[in-house]
Design a protein around this ligand. Structure first.
Ligand code: GRF
Length: 207
């Protein structure tokens, strides 16, 4: 059984999608949800789902490296095999990325290599893109970089705002991330490509 830890900073909707996928004959189980922010809405959701939680507040450490050593200790304590970053809003140094090299996945709300960093939806709209989406990739020491394990595409509509586009992308994040994790723990790193179903109602889990 692969032991999966999930790192969050916010509402944790991707975390919930991942946790809910790891049941029955799935080869992994969630062992820890860790946040850098004790106010992260996802923490109570994780507790409600019966998952152990931890908070490592970056403000309590003198530098990124010390913060990451504290995270590493929490992940060691639960014997994590795979780590999913799910809306974890801290830049990571090699103290973390080297320690867990090849074992950390991240979801990013753009079609990488386009738009690493923040405000991806506003940037896609601003650029006049007709397509947007999300990417799951293996984490390296470069921000929003590393081998791509999957992408899901959605249309950008003429009247989209960053919020409406984010909702359409988030719906696909909740499909893509669990699907990629399942393949990854089975040793399959061939990229998975999903397409938005235009006919499907948009029912994102927003928080
Ligand atoms: C997602 O869009 C994720 O891709 C981005 O932050 C958002 C997190 O949402 N990095 P949630 O906390 O999973 O609801």
């Amino acid at each position: 059984m692969t032991r999966v830890a999930i790192l969050i900073s916010g509402g944790g909707s991707n975390m919930v999608a991942l946790v809910e996928s790891m049941t029955d004959n799935h080869p992994s189980r969630p062992v820890l949800v860790l946040s850098n922010d004790s106010d992260a809405g996802g923490l109570s959701k994780a507790r409600d789902l019966g998952i152990e939680t931890a908070v490592v507040n970056h403000r309590h450490y003198p530098d990124r490296e010390a913060f990451e050593r504290a995270i590493n200790a929490q992940l060691d304590a639960v014997d994590a095999d795979v780590i999913c970053l799910a809306g974890f809003m801290r830049i990571l140094t090699p103290v973390f990325t080297d320690r867990w090299a090849g074992k950390v996945l991240n979801i990013h709300p753009s079609l990488l290599p386009k738009y690493p960093g923040l405000n991806t939806h506003a940037r896609a709209i601003e650029a006049g893109d007709t397509e947007a989406g999300c990417t799951v990739h293996i984490v390296t020491s470069e921000l929003d970089d590393g081998p791509i394990l999957g992408q899901a595409r959605v249309p950008v509509k003429p009247d989209d705002t960053p919020a409406t586009l984010a909702a359409r992308v988030l719906e696909m994040e909740h499909k893509l991330y669990p699907a990629v994790l399942h393949r990854f723990v089975n040793g399959d790193t061939t990229p998975l490509y999903l397409q938005h179903d235009a006919e499907a109602p948009i029912t994102p889990r927003l928080s």
